[in-house]
Design a protein around this ligand. Structure first.
Ligand SMILES: Cc1ncc(COP(=O)(O)O)c(C=O)c1O
Length: 450
């Protein structure tokens, strides 16, 4: 491993293939993995990574791949980002763990201060830190139930909130997330998502009809007075990068306010500059009661948070929240480095620029490939949905074929969607424009090769 270059932005920012993908060294590791790692944990593309930075991933065979995945929207500041690496190294040398619930430290408080300042709304807030997105969602539900004294939680079609028991219940898609893992947590109710492409009466009718459907179902099947929280991803992630029409989220927030329901925005995938704003809710000035964050928050270290109105967060008794590792000092140091980078390098602006480059090119691609039914997203959270031409029948096979072509050409792309027919693009926000254009050229070739 001594001849492996160090990761970070100084890695050569170019695509270079020296073997087939995956190459022999990755295949050897994959063979060892088969007898050591539980197969339930799978990988999109089994190239084994030795270094990464900027917009590239370097593998064990010396291939340099273009990264349009950011480890599922995590390394927004880039891999081994300098301010993150510096702060983490300094923190590791000082102390690695005390448990904030035993003996606290400043980094935790500083991350909470930053979250309270950056999340939507100027009201007084508090934050609590956890390890993973799912854990943050679980805690947001705990807090909402405790604060309201109510039990029901309303989630949406196509939602993804995690893989723990409660978050599986909130997640919509059966395979691979839920099948065989029940029974699930109770008091979860599902309502339709405002999904413009698939709304039965068309995109124009989507906002108003979806809002009416949500309100009608809650009234008839749950009762507003029983609902502790409505939880929604402001731009849905795993479910297919579904962007609700303008007005839907403000309407939902207003409805929650009128009915004493805690409005939880799950910004775990869409937050921290990804959509061109600090948080996707900022786009329409929506102010949630609670916000869950993770992924992009700490440049790749495991950290998650719930941030919310002081009066809701303060309702929970001391000791009611926490966990051994939540807000680990090394992860907090990483988060402070990541947030500093987002501010210093204007990453919301970089995300918007990525959208300005990607969206027109993808729309042009769609104009010559009728199986692209929709191009959508904001900033650097962009997707295309593939259907059988002229219909809404999902084309998961073509989606898989395009992804496979890209992988073989050294472009990391991810798929998603309830029907497995969405290609999603989540480049690191620090990716160079040349790499971005080259990745889009590969995508053009992939469609030409179908
Ligand atoms: C919107 C959303 N919520 C929750 C989660 C779960 O986060 P984690 O995988 O860190 O538990 C994810 C992960 O993809 C997500 O996208």
């Amino acid at each position: 491993m001594t001849d492996v270059p160090a990761g970070g932005p100084q890695l050569p920012q170019r695509r270079k293939l020296v073997t087939e993908i995956p190459g022999p060294a990755s295949r050897e590791l994959q063979a060892r993995r088969a007898s050591a790692v539980a197969p339930g944990v799978s990988s999109t593309l089994p190239v084994y990574i030795t270094a990464a930075g900027g917009g590239v991933l370097l593998d064990a065979d010396g291939n340099s791949l273009i990264d349009f995945g950011s480890g599922i929207a995590v390394t927004s500041v880039g891999n081994a980002s300098p301010r993150v690496a510096e702060r983490v190294q300094a923190q590791v040398a000082q102390f690695t763990h005390t448990c904030f619930m035993v003996a606290p430290y400043a980094g935790y408080v500083e991350v909470c201060e930053a979250l309270n300042a950056k999340t939507p709304g100027a009201h007084e807030k508090r934050s609590a830190l956890f390890n993973s997105g799912a854990e943050a969602v679980e805690n947001a539900v705990k807090i909402a139930r405790h604060a309201t004294g109510r039990q029901a939680v309303v989630a949406f079609d196509h939602a993804y909130h995690g893989r723990t028991n409660l978050t599986m219940a909130l997640t919509a898609k059966n395979m691979p997330y839920k099948s065989g893992f029940g029974p699930f947590a109770s008091e979860i109710y599902r309502v339709p998502m405002a999904y413009p492409l698939r709304w039965p009466d068309g995109p124009e009718a989507c906002r108003a009809e979806a809002l009416d459907a949500v309100k009608g179902l809650i009234h008839a099947q749950v009762g507003e007075q029983n609902v502790a929280a409505v939880i929604i991803e402001p731009v849905q992630g795993e479910g297919g990068f579904i962007v609700p029409p303008d007005g839907f989220l403000p309407g939902l927030a207003e409805y929650c306010r009128e009915n004493g329901i805690v409005f939880i925005a799950d910004e775990i995938q869409s937050g921290f500059c990804r959509t061109g704003d600090w948080f996707a809710c900022d786009h329409e000035g929506v102010v949630p009661d609670l916000v869950t964050t993770a992924k992009g928050i700490a440049g790749g270290l495991p950290l998650a948070a719930v941030t919310g109105r002081a009066e809701i967060m303060d309702a929970v008794h001391p000791g009611g929240l926490g966990g051994t590792y939540g807000g680990n000092p090394v992860a907090c140091a990483a988060a402070l480095g990541a947030i500093e980078t987002m501010e210093a390098e204007d990453l919301p602006g970089k995300a918007r620029r990525i959208g300005e480059i990607m969206l027109p090119r993808l729309r042009k691609l769609a104009s010559s490939h009728p199986l692209i039914a929709d191009v959508r997203g904001r900033g650097a959270m962009i997707a295309i949905e593939l259907t059988k031409p002229g219909t809404l029948d999902p084309d998961a096979a073509a989606t898989t074929a395009v992804a496979k072509y890209c992988h073989q050409q050294g472009l990391m792309v991810l798929t998603c969607g309830t029907f497995g027919n969405v290609l999603r693009f989540l480049p690191p926000l620090v990716i160079g424009e040349d790499l971005l254009e080259e990745g889009l050229d590969i995508l053009d070739d992939a469609f030409a090769a179908l």
